[in-house]
Ligand binder design. Structure first.
Ligand code: NCD
Length: 306
């Protein structure tokens, strides 16, 4: 199998070929099965720049942990206002300069245009760790790895997305990647205000994918292979939470098929109650654990891609 990725920067899920996805999933699963003491350090000692202009727990710490476990180190931005961006520096200039200080750069930013601007003059790989409500490609890779581990395939699956589908970049990115595999069916379960974005819908129509929009989980629960839950992205709009989600709980999932896994990119806030954690279907903590291995796989493969 070819062990090179088709891209240098990972800015959108559209760059991911099926060969890239298989390579990354296989590498991540191998790393997961390798005792940490047997993991070969990357030489020469790589430095990762971790630039987060939005809050993060899993994404940031798993990238930072990943580079440390691969024998490298990281430099980071504690808060956007501690960098020269606060003085008015452009993302273009920041990207150019950071390329001299790091071997790989991870960027999260609220602006959907930030990735393009930042990577205009960079000379080292840049990874999109979330750009506004648009994309979160590494989360999609983690989601694919987790569902592949359980279902052993990425095609012929029925997936239900539940929650805030409109503003969730993880829903966008996972929908785009799954739409490229054959025979997947999508159920978007949300109120009208939070239904899947028009861009996603257009893409699904163009790719002649089967999809249904509904406001009732019961319409599709019994058909699902994956139930993907997301929180309300309150930072991206001004509505109040009470206008929207009544939490998903164990009682509402009585008819969930035995083989259906529940995924959630986390954090959860109040859209999903903790009693679901006791169900064998709950795979979201495995999913967040996979974040470490997928990000190790991505860093390792990108740095050895030359
Ligand atoms: C997601 C994100 O930042 O988009 N979190 C994550 O990276 N695991 C989901 C979210 O914040 O709701």
């Amino acid at each position: 199998m070819n062990n090179k990725l088709s891209f240098k920067n990972l800015l959108t899920t559209q760059q991911l070929t099926h060969q890239d996805i298989s390579l990354l999933i296989n590498t991540a699963i191998d790393l997961k099965n390798t005792p940490l003491t047997n993991i070969n350090a990357i030489t020469p000692f790589p430095i990762l720049a971790s630039l987060f202009f939005e809050p993060s727990t899993r994404t940031r710490f798993s990238f930072e942990s990943a580079i440390l476990r691969l024998g490298g180190n990281y430099i980071n931005l504690e808060q956007a206002n501690t960098s020269s961006i606060a003085k008015g520096e452009s993302l273009e200039d920041m990207g150019r300069v950071m390329s001299d200080y790091a071997d790989i750069i991870v960027l999260r930013h609220p602006d959907i245009n930030s990735m393009k601007a930042f990577s205009q003059h960079t000379t080292v790989p840049v990874i999109n760790a979330g750009n506004g409500s648009e994309e979160h490609p590494t989360q999609a890779l983690i989601d694919l790895m987790t569902l592949y581990e359980h279902h052993q395939r990425l095609d012929s699956l029925t997936i239900g997305f539940w929650g805030d589908l409109k503003y969730s970049r993880t829903v966008n990115s996972l929908t785009k990647t799954l739409a490229s595999y054959s025979n997947n069916t999508f159920h978007f379960i949300a109120t009208d205000d939070f239904q899947v974005s028009a861009t996603c819908e257009t893409m699904l129509t163009q790719q002649t994918c089967n999809y249904v929009k509904t406001s009732s989980l019961n319409d599709c629960l019994e058909k699902l292979d994956i139930l993907y839950v997301t929180r309300t992205q309150t930072e991206r709009f001004t509505k109040t939470l009470s206008e929207y989600l009544s939490p998903l709980n164990k009682d509402l999932l009585q008819n969930i098929p035995k083989n259906c896994i529940i995924l959630h990119p986390l954090p959860r806030v109040n859209e999903m109650s903790n009693d679901i954690d006791t169900l064998a279907n709950a795979h979201y903590f495995k999913q967040s654990q996979n974040g470490l291995y997928m990000r190790m796989a991505l860093i390792k493969t990108l740095l050895q891609n030359e």
